[in-house]
Design a binder for this molecule. Structure first.
Ligand code: FE2
Length: 202
């Protein structure tokens, strides 16, 4: 965990829970002065208080420690908000459909930011029967390769892990696919929007 509880988050959560400093203090069994100190950055809650503090604020311990309030944001989670995370240590690929705090190998992972494909990562697609045949003209060596391809529709995701020395290609069921993603281990995530293509923007 690379962060600790921040005063700004404590204040924000306390206020959104309609609690006074005194009320929160009672729930956590500390003085209201202590709450005031935490909120103004003049002190930190003891590690032993993190769990009761999280409970009193209606948030998980991991959210409290990471400083990310993900409450309520996922109620309307959908595939348009899907995010990919790749662990730089073990290569784990994690995909979510909304806001999340993702940790792997002791690191809090940022979501990958997708870019439009450049010339070296152009995503080629052709329809073969009821599938998209997706290929990239990209190296597949041990040090530089496409690590996964994914097709996202409004209903779900198809994700295919690729390996060095293999082909930078796969097939996806068409199934209302809206975006195709390709992840290069050196250059990051690239996304091809099919709805834009259909409308002639790309
Ligand atoms: Fe690359």
């Amino acid at each position: 965990m690379d962060n600790y509880v921040t005063g700004a988050l404590i204040r924000k959560l306390r206020e959104s829970s309609n609690l006074t400093q005194e009320e929160l203090a009672r729930k956590v069994c500390v003085s209201s002065k202590a709450i005031s100190k935490w909120e103004t950055g003049r002190g930190f809650p003891d590690i032993g208080l993190v769990e009761p503090l999280a409970k009193a604020l209606g948030i998980s311990v991991i959210e409290l420690l990471s400083g990310v309030d993900i409450r309520n944001k996922n109620r309307s989670s959908d595939m348009k908000r899907c995010k990919f995370y790749v662990c730089p240590v073990c290569g784990n690929i994690i995909q979510t459909t909304g806001e999340a705090v993702i940790s792997c190998c002791g690191l809090t992972l940022p979501p990958l930011e997708a870019e439009a494909p450049d010339d070296d990562h152009a995503i080629h697609m052709e329809i073969v029967e009821d599938e998209y045949y997706v290929t990239l003209d990209h190296p597949m060596t041990k040090t530089h390769y496409i690590s996964f391809l994914a097709a996202v529709s409004d209903q779900g995701i198809q994700l295919v892990k690729l390996y060095p020395e293999g082909g930078a290609e796969t097939r996806f069921k068409i199934n209302r696919t809206e975006r195709i993603y390709a992840c290069c281990n050196r250059h990051g995530l690239f996304a091809l929007s099919l709805s834009k293509r259909r409308h002639g923007y790309a």
